[in-house]
Design a protein around this ligand. Structure first.
Ligand code: PMP
Length: 415
């Protein structure tokens, strides 16, 4: 029957000229924008800044697979796989492990909004932009925020942290593992134990470090850990893994007030991810299906590569880059090698140069993105990121050649 549909039951044929003719008689006051009548154009770029990084064809292809319903059983399987992939990447057995529908900021807000109630004390280590951001997020939801502040790239000793925990008695302490605005990999050992001793939840940001520098959620007693999709994981921006342990669940599911955000409410999200033990997963929001396909593929690549291999590889390539930078006469912003973030390297702005000019030159002549500082590190550093797929010695060579070229040609200008 369907193959014999009568012509008269189909919409009338539209000649190619028809839309133009119709437009002159249109009731619309806003015409279709000329740009929308041109095809999408996306240039090739070497994304050697702090993110997003280039996405390998295999992950792009996963994201281009046909959409299925976000509540179909096959999608639940894919989400279950993602959960296992995150548990591996975080080295955790936490049941309450999900991917946010949103960028790293969604995970930051989810962590704070769910575990902190208005008026509660929060302690934030600020040594770059990410602590500043978290302090602001906590402040906006009405927490009583205390900060420990150091210059970008500064390291907090466990003694300093314990003193502040004892003084402010926070329900939550935040630390950035991979401080991408400063290029620092902050030590984490022992802090989880201090937080337990002081009845504080330990929240760690690994957006810029996951897959590039070792982190062990369970062994290091981290209560809440999150990351992003677009750095070493190499998936497109827009999803963000996060995990809560039992202590964190205990706090967030016995709270007196509802979290300020409906979208980020973990009681709904845990159901959507099948973590709450209920037989049915109910509609809460429509998850980014293609983004989850891509995230699954990126976690699959990490599982195939192996976490330890991935950490080793990032370190080797970073060390190769660092040596090359020093050979160019450049100074690394983080002096101590062991404290440098392998995924994002910070270079002290060479004396007498205008960093913006260097970056513009590299973009124009090498189609390569590097970036300046962010927040408190602005005017202090140039940042070069070689993460995941981009983390190759030949890419380090390309970055070094571009910088050498820029140093020759942007010589000692106004600054
Ligand atoms: N934390 C860190 C350490 C980051 O580097 C970033 C991204 N640059 C974020 C959080 C925020 O992630 P997003 O931009 O994906 O929201």
């Amino acid at each position: 029957q369907s193959s014999h549909i009568k012509r008269s039951s189909l919409p009338p044929m539209i000649s190619p000229l028809q839309p133009r003719l119709d437009r002159s008689m249109s009731s619309l006051t806003i015409p279709p924008p000329a740009c929308m009548l041109r095809p999408l154009e996306v240039p090739f770029r070497y994304l050697f800044g702090p993110g997003p990084s280039n996405v390998p064809p295999r992950i792009l292809a996963a994201g281009a697979r046909p959409i299925i319903g976000h509540l179909h059983p096959e999608m639940y399987e894919i989400m279950n796989d993602i959960k296992k992939g995150i548990q591996y990447a975080f080295q955790t057995q936490n049941n309450m492990t999900i991917a946010m529908s949103g960028s790293g900021h969604a995970a930051m807000e989810c962590a704070i909004f769910n575990t902190v109630e208005p008026g509660e004390s929060v302690l934030v280590a600020v040594n770059g932009i990410w602590g500043e951001r978290v302090a602001e997020i906590a402040e906006r939801m009405g927490a009583s925020v205390h900060t420990m502040v150091k210059a970008p790239g500064g390291v907090f000793t466990n003694e300093e942290i314990e003193k502040a925990l004892a003084k402010h008695k926070p329900v939550l302490f935040f630390l950035t593992h991979g401080e991408s605005s400063a290029g620092l990999a902050h030590p984490v050992d022992g802090i989880g134990d201090l937080c337990r001793k002081h009845n504080t939840l330990f929240l760690v940001d690994t957006v810029a470090s996951l897959g590039a520098a070792p982190i062990f959620m369970d062994q290091q007693n981290i209560d809440i850990l999150y990351t992003g999709s677009q750095k070493a994981l190499n998936a497109p921006p827009g999803t963000a893994p996060i995990s809560f342990n039992e202590r964190a669940c205990q706090k967030m599911f016995t709270r007196k007030t509802k979290p300020v955000s409906y979208l980020l409410d973990m009681s709904h999200l845990s159901n959507y991810w099948g973590n709450d033990g209920k037989p049915a997963r109910l509609y809460h929001h429509t998850g980014p299906v293609s983004g989850f396909f891509a995230l699954r593929e990126s976690l699959a690549i990490l599982a195939e590569t192996g976490l330890e291999e991935s950490w080793k590889h990032h370190k080797e390539v970073a060390e190769y880059l660092w040596t090359g930078l020093e050979d160019l006469g450049l100074k690394l912003f983080i002096r101590e090698k062991d404290l440098r973030l392998p995924s994002v390297t910070t270079i002290a702005i060479p004396q007498g140069y205008n960093w913006r000019e260097i970056l513009q030159y590299i973009m124009k002549h090498h189609q390569m993105e590097m970036t300046g500082g962010l927040g408190p590190s602005i005017n202090m550093v140039i940042r070069v990121g070689l993460m995941g797929y981009n983390c190759q010695k030949r890419n380090a060579d390309l970055a070094l050649a571009a910088l050498a070229d820029a140093l020759r040609n942007c010589k000692k200008s106004k600054a």
